[in-house]
Design a protein around this ligand. Structure first.
Ligand code: ZN
Length: 482
């Protein structure tokens, strides 16, 4: 019996080692000639875009002076685009560009970005290295709100097309570019409308590329090289309102629990009972994609996800960002109740923001919350915003994924490309009916510190990195469109 166990163990070890040995590194891509870019002029155009304070709000969706300034910026900064592409204003804040390909029988490609930004908290203004809407350049970085999210992408897409036009390129496949003006406030009037318009015109893109994931380094154990994560799926989201009600009265003769107490107990139950973990399929794909490009010991792990999944999950559970990719998360983000110190509140309310993992839906997670709270005195209702179901996974074998991977490797030759699950929501979710192949990526190089700059203080992008973003889109359009 002992011998049999030893033999089995030996066999298992052999399988683990052999799998690691046969894991192949990713193909190298030869860098083609990049379009000539006047760095200073290109950077200046990004700076000009940052200076336009296109802060979106969920209440104001109509015409506005800043979004008009943005429209003028786009028009004046890219004269060749203006000449060669069809441009449409869609609603007051959105733009659609169509670069007609020479072969109308080919499905077009669709590039997305958003022109709006989140506001800067007044209390954090002083903490910025330079004012957030100045677009100052310091130590090789361009500072400003939108530098990463998402003006770098929007302006770089325009820049890349301008440069390709300059060198006489014309795509075989049409290239569509859609810029939304309200991504930061749900995207209903931007991407929602743009996607509906394209759908009504029967546009079926070969693939869609939006923001969402980036090039990270030093964040995945055992992976030292830059890791270009291409978002192939996206979590959904839902806001639930928990409302506790009671008759009220004078605080001198209170019941055992006030509505605030009832609500607090419910929130406590919710936080103590997280959603069950689900297999993160994109993370498993990632592991096998990187296996051939990491040193031997991490390779043993990544080449054998079938065996080490519990260990990999354990690693992922260590940090909130990676933990969020394993389950639906709940965050109680708002709470209200009570009007005066001696009045029993008749109502107390809390808002729970849920981010839904693929495999679950808005209905199933709402049901789960009701079950966990399990209190007839609390109403669990969906808030006014409809939320969205998770966006299912797109293939990593598609022409779109492969073209994106090639373009990244041309621009960042030592990058390893791998798929991932995007935990935030992007505009691309509105386009799911148009194409099965939706990817979320821009070659922004992010350190853990940079991630907090997005929507935070000192948002910035390196000048060299920005030029790489332009090159990436140029190579992608030449390759996938040509
Ligand atoms: Zn964004």
């Amino acid at each position: 019996m002992k011998r049999l166990a030893a033999a089995a163990l030996l066999l298992l070890l052999a399988v683990i080692v052999v799998r690691a040995l046969i894991a192949r590194p990713q193909e190298k891509v030869e860098s083609k000639q990049m379009p000539a870019i006047d760095r200073q002029a290109a950077v200046q155009r990004l700076v000009s875009a940052i200076r336009v304070e296109t802060i979106s709000s969920s209440t104001a969706t109509g015409p506005s002076p800043t979004f008009e300034a943005m429209a003028r910026f786009l028009d004046e900064s890219f004269p060749k685009v203006r000449e060669a592409l069809r441009h449409e204003r869609v609603g007051a804040r959105n733009h659609l560009y169509v670069w007609e390909g020479t072969d109308p029988s080919l499905a077009p490609i669709l590039l997305l970005a958003h022109l709006d930004v989140v506001p800067v908290e007044p209390s954090s203004r002083a903490a910025w290295t330079s004012p957030p809407f100045d677009g100052a350049i310091k130590d090789g970085f361009i500072y400003g709100r939108g530098a990463l999210d998402d003006k770098a992408s929007a302006v770089a897409i325009m820049e890349s097309i301008e440069r390709l036009l300059e060198r006489g390129f014309r795509p075989k496949r049409s290239v569509y570019v859609a810029f939304g003006g309200d991504e930061e406030v749900l995207g209903l009037h931007g991407a929602g409308v743009l996607a509906g318009l394209l759908e009504s015109r029967g546009i079926k893109p070969l693939f869609v590329l939006d923001e969402g994931s980036a090039v990270i380094q030093g964040m995945v154990p055992g992976v030292e090289r830059p890791l270009a994560l291409i978002g192939i799926a996206e979590k959904g989201f839902l806001n639930l309102e928990l409302v506790a009600r009671a008759p009220g009265g004078h605080s001198s003769s209170p019941p055992d629990q006030t509505t605030i107490g009832i609500l607090s107990a419910a929130i406590e139950r919710l936080e103590r009972n997280p959603f069950p973990r689900r297999p993160n399929h994109p993370a498993r794909l990632m592991a096998s994609e990187v296996a051939g490009d990491v040193p031997f010991f991490p390779r043993l792990l990544y080449a054998n996800v079938w065996l080490f999944r519990p260990l990999i999950d354990l690693l992922l559970m260590q940090k909130p960002v990676s933990r969020a990719s394993l389950r639906t998360t709940t965050a109680v983000t708002m709470i209200h109740g009570g009007v005066k110190d001696n009045v029993l509140p008749t109502e107390a309310k809390a808002t729970v923001n849920l981010r839904i993992i693929p495999g679950e839906t808005r209905e199933t997670v709402a049901e789960h919350v009701r079950e966990v709270i399990d209190d007839a005195r609390i109403e669990v209702k969906t808030s006014s915003s409809p939320g969205s179901d998770p966006v299912p996974e797109s293939s990593i074998e598609s022409p779109g994924y492969r073209a994106i991977a090639r373009a990244v490797k041309e621009v960042i030759p030592d990058a390893i490309v791998a798929p991932s699950l995007v935990i935030g929501a992007t505009d691309s979710r509105y386009y799911r009916r148009l194409s099965a192949d939706i990817y979320r990526f821009a070659p922004l190089r992010l350190t853990p510190k940079d991630i907090t700059r997005v929507h935070g203080v000192d948002e910035r992008i390196g000048v060299d990195q920005y030029i790489d973003v332009v090159r990436f889109y140029a190579r992608l359009i030449e390759d996938a469109g040509g």
